[in-house]
Design a protein around this ligand. Structure first.
Ligand code: SF4
Length: 366
């Protein structure tokens, strides 16, 4: 979690602000049940650790505890195959099916929405890690505010921002100043566009804007893109546990930087045949920004830079992965997958991104 954020209980006086277009629908793809760590409150931990659940569970060894303690936190355990201990053989959640949807851990009830408690309200937005986000539309229900308040009030702690935000490793800024930059970035890449090339131009403009945020960092006479990508490099280098494709990916990002900074670098994106794909990229970005999700990142500049490069790499990789109907319900899901993983990798270099997608990112970077 960012140095600007900590976990605190809901402040019931704060307004709930749901990002425009955020819906509350789970399409039961079970991706998050394989790939996320579910943090529990103490009450949830006690309830879900009970042996009474065991006869209902699938492939859970008898000696595997259902709940683990990690430092001060409780988390749901994973089966040897990597899935949550409560994921049934049919791909559905055993707690949801056998007990009640409201018996599930709060994090699972909320998904794909996530909450950030800021000084001016509690922000709900869509989590870009969701693999069926591209399917969200007007037909999906909006989250009822009373329901949101009920769920949030049960949370042991929400990610909460203070009055100051870590802009860079050396600079703290007021929350209002953070919003000033967020609003400008949102106006560029958080609004719907119709083509990928239009979106790419917006990404470039955003990169230029990010580079004006800390002008003293620009005394180095290297081109602007290079400074931005150096920050990404520092983020990626910060993880010493790279292995296999991840290590190669780090090296490839480094090789790619000089190409991007060359004068006349052809800044055009591959043509993607995905109807509504560019609008989807803008929607994901808009949710990230409106939901104050930069709170999850080490610094705000790291968050905004990672957003730009994650979108770029994710879009380029999507153009290279052939659509396989046996694997994906629709071509848009390839873009959904690559964007989700690229953004996760930029924000959390140790994230569990599949080796196959890392290889696609490598190919995208040339
Ligand atoms: S508790 Fe249920 S919904 Fe939550 S991760 Fe486990 S299987 Fe999925």
């Amino acid at each position: 979690m960012s140095k600007s954020a900590e976990r605190r209980p809901l402040d019931g006086r704060k307004p709930i602000r749901t990002a425009p277009g955020a819906r509350h629908t789970c399409r039961l793809c079970a991706h998050s049940c394989h790939n996320y760590t579910v943090v529990l409150s103490e009450l949830e931990a006690r309830r879900l650790a009970l042996d009474e659940w065991r006869p209902l569970l699938h492939k859970v060894p008898d000696d595997l505890p259902l709940v683990q303690r990690q430092g001060a936190q409780y988390i749901l355990n994973k089966r040897p195959d990597g899935a949550c201990v409560f994921l049934g053989a049919d791909g559905l959640c055993v707690i949801h099916k056998e007990s009640h949807p409201e018996s599930k851990p709060l994090a699972c009830q909320m998904f794909p929405l996530q909450a950030v408690q800021a000084p001016d309200g509690v922000y709900l937005s869509l989590n870009s890690g969701c693999r069926r986000l591209i399917d969200q539309g007007e037909a999906d229900p909006l989250l009822d505010e009373a329901d949101a308040r009920r769920m949030l009030s049960q949370a042991a702690g929400l990610i909460s921002l203070g009055e100051t935000i870590m802009l860079s490793p050396t600079t703290m800024i007021l929350y209002e100043d953070f919003l000033h930059w967020q609003d400008q970035i949102e106006a560029l890449i958080g609004r719907e566009v119709s083509t990928f090339n239009e979106f790419w131009e917006r990404l470039q403009e955003t990169a230029r804007l990010i580079l004006t945020i800390e002008p003293e960092a620009l005394t180095d006479p290297v081109p602007e893109w290079q400074i931005m990508f150096r920050r990404i490099e520092a983020t990626l280098r910060g993880d010493h546990n790279h292995s296999g494709p991840r290590q190669m990916l780090v090296r490839r990002v480094l090789q790619w930087i000089p190409q991007l900074t060359q004068t006349g670098f052809p800044l055009t994106l591959p043509q993607l045949e995905i109807p509504g794909g560019a609008a989807f990229c803008a929607r994901v970005t808009g949710q990230f920004l409106a939901g104050r999700q930069a709170a999850f990142w080490e610094t705000a500049i790291g968050a905004w830079s990672g957003l730009v490069i994650g979108l770029t790499v994710g879009i380029m990789a999507a153009a290279l992965i052939p659509f396989d109907p046996a694997r994906y319900p629709a071509p848009g899901h390839v873009l959904n997958d690559t964007l989700a993983d690229a953004l996760m990798l930029m924000g959390l270099p140790s994230a569990a991104v599949s080796s196959e997608l890392q290889k696609a990112f490598l190919r995208a970077l040339g």
